[in-house]
Design a protein around this ligand. Structure first.
Ligand code: M6R
Length: 602
């Protein structure tokens, strides 16, 4: 369990705990802070062979050991771990207090644990006479009262060797091992024990022991399990010689980008091919609008997709924050294709938006990095990124691989319409060169680290870029703020003079992203406006760009390339810059404060 928790720590890391079934009742240990605190407290022997554990990202209640999971029922019979949010927990809690149950924590999860205990006691005679498993029935019955989302695992003192799990809205995976079975909210937590997994669906309940399992629905229908083989190389989730996962993942990009392209070009190398779109070329030609949905970094990938698809395929594209789309009730055209981008495939805002689009009858596609994730399974078709597991909370290789996939999608859709054979061939050539070009940029690591050293003390920073560089400016600002806690903003460079220019001073440097192209000289003019106000300038540009002497305080150059791949290339220095600034400031780059890798609550 501790190994699993460590592998899951990127999903939440403010406190953790375990509960183990023993003959003397449930033995529980919880600690505030990282899993290592828990490990120290536990010593060598957990004292049992059945247990549940959790590493928390706080939603309800402060970060304390008491609010950490597992939670136990006030009669001590049940222990539960929970991901998600029980929206009606206040009413549930008041009801249970009236019935004599007591509460130790401020969490919504404890209410569910006590509700299970309540049903267990209440239904005693009824269940026994019906010959049913009372533990299972009381979990099922309680879940029928829950409004909200959950991925849970529960143990009961009266049922040695039995574990019950259930999901709705939060991921839950069953691992089938040798002489042991496991539950986890992410395959990454169990691949060191087994590669055989069953992805549970919403409203399913799994009842397991070390050598058996049965899946039913909350309403008691039996479910046939589909066993999948996870083909991950477990070393992919280990640090190796790197200091941080973020560093490792930045340096893995030549490989992750190569993997995303493998086998995905046509024989004549003039277009891309995708196996899982589940849409014929005829159907794709009828699409007259694409709506992209995502959150965070993945949303920035969507903005790149907007530029690329409109430019090369001439299809109008809209980009929405998934969390806004779901409740906005936007009117959409019937020939709209909805594309969700998500590294984890479990982000609840993106999943909610995808479901809303499906409910309205739109065709949906997912661009996703986690095979078997909920978003991948629920969309009508999709494209896997094949970037390998991303552990660092700050997304890096997943971002560039999403852009790569979007560039290939723009090429594919373009070639179904008006993009010429010759243009297609040029683009394929440009895409194939990217891994080597990224390798070249990574060689500037020391140069970028030296720049970071000079700029790590500033508390504000602007990232400015035009056209395709605007999403990269947004991503640069997000990277810097999420791992180094520096206030940073991304803007279209020309927008700066409409407000943000007021921030420019000696105390606020600007990162300019400028590639050779039609707006290059206009970007330089914007940089001059910063210079005139004594703002320092870090210029990230393509080789061969004519940057006037004395304009930039620092310069990083990336290889000249076809415009379709410049967003990928320009992302690399931006990632390295934020990584090194965060290191200089002594920040925990892999586990930045307040964040979690995949956000499975709304
Ligand atoms: O797993 P997803 O791609 O759906 O995650 C979306 C965002 O939560 C994620 O990109 C987040 O913004 C990252 N921390 C950014 O580095």
């Amino acid at each position: 369990m501790l190994e699993g928790l460590k592998r899951l720590e990127y999903r939440g890391y403010d406190s953790s705990g375990v509960a183990v079934w023993t003959e003397n009742g449930i033995k529980q240990t919880k600690r505030k802070g990282r899993v290592v605190e828990l490990e120290t407290a536990l010593g060598d022997d957990l004292g049992g062979t059945l247990g549940i554990s959790h590493t928390r990202w706080a939603t309800h209640g402060d970060v304390t050991a008491t609010n950490a999971h597992p939670h136990t029922s006030s009669d001590g019979k049940f222990a539960l771990v929970h991901n998600g949010v029980i929206e009606n927990y206040v009413g549930m809690k008041n009801f249970l207090i009236e019935k004599g149950y007591s509460f130790k924590s401020q969490t919504d999860s404890e209410a569910l644990c006590n509700l299970i205990a309540y049903h267990y006691t209440k239904e005693e005679e009824e269940q026994e006479s019906a010959g049913k498993n009372r533990f299972l029935e009381s979990v099922r019955k309680s879940l029928r009262h829950v409004e909200g989302t959950y991925g849970i695992a529960v143990i009961c003192t009266d049922y040695p060797g039995e574990l019950i799990g259930a999901r709705k809205g939060s991921p839950l995976i069953l691992g089938l091992g040798k002489g042991e079975n496991l539950l986890a909210s992410d395959v990454n937590a169990i691949t060191h024990c087994t590669q055989n997994v069953v992805y549970l669906n919403d409203n399913e309940v799994v009842h397991l022991s070390n050598d058996d399992f049965a899946i039913t629905t909350v309403s008691c229908q039996s479910v046939e399990a589909v066993i999948h083989q996870v083909d991950w190389d477990t070393s992919e989730t280990e640090l190796g010689d790197y200091k941080h996962f973020m560093e490792k993942e930045i340096f893995e990009q030549p490989t992750s980008l190569q993997n995303g392209m493998r086998g995905r070009f046509s024989d004549d190398a003039s277009t891309a091919v995708f196996g899982g779109l589940n849409l014929t070329p005829q159907e794709l030609r009828q699409i007259d609008r694409i709506l992209f949905l995502a959150c965070g970094t993945a949303w920035h990938s969507c903005l790149v997709a907007e530029y690329l698809i409109e430019r090369f395929a001439r299809i109008p594209v809209e980009v929405e924050y998934a969390s806004e789309f779901r409740y906005r009730n936007a009117p959409l055209d019937k020939n709209t294709l909805v594309v969700a981008i998500s590294q984890s495939g479990e982000t609840i805002d993106t999943l909610g938006a995808l479901r809303e689009a499906k409910r309205k009858g739109y065709r949906t596609l997912a661009i996703n990095n986690s095979v078997g994730s909920t978003i991948a399974r629920e969309s009508d078709g999709g494209i896997y990124q094949h970037a390998g597991p991303e552990i660092g909370v700050a997304s890096t290789k997943a971002f560039t691989s999403q852009i790569m996939i979007c560039a290939m999608l723009a090429l594919y859709l373009g070639r179904l319409r008006d993009l010429s054979y010759g243009d297609g061939v040029e683009i394929v050539k440009a895409l194939k060169k990217v891994p080597a070009q990224v390798e070249q940029i990574l060689e500037q690591n020391d140069h970028i680290a030296a720049i970071a050293k000079r700029y790590s003390k500033y508390e504000d920073c602007l990232f400015l870029g035009r056209q395709l560089m605007f999403p990269i400016a947004l991503e640069g600002a997000l990277k810097l703020k999420e791992i180094s806690y520096i206030h940073a903003e991304g803007y279209p460079a020309a927008e700066m003079k409409h407000g943000p220019i007021a921030l420019i001073s000696e105390e606020c440097p600007s990162v300019f992203l400028a590639t050779n192209g039609e707006t290059f000289h206009k970007s330089l003019a914007n940089a001059q406006e910063v210079k005139a106000r004594k703002g320092k300038i870090i210029c990230i540009a393509t080789e061969g760009c004519d940057i006037p002497e004395g304009l930039a305080d620092e310069t990083v150059l990336v290889p000249e390339a076809h415009e379709i791949v410049t967003p990928i290339l320009m992302s690399i220095p931006v990632q390295l810059l934020s990584y090194h600034v965060a290191l200089e400031r002594g920040c925990d780059v892999d586990k930045p404060r307040n964040l979690a890798k995949s956000v499975t609550v709304e």
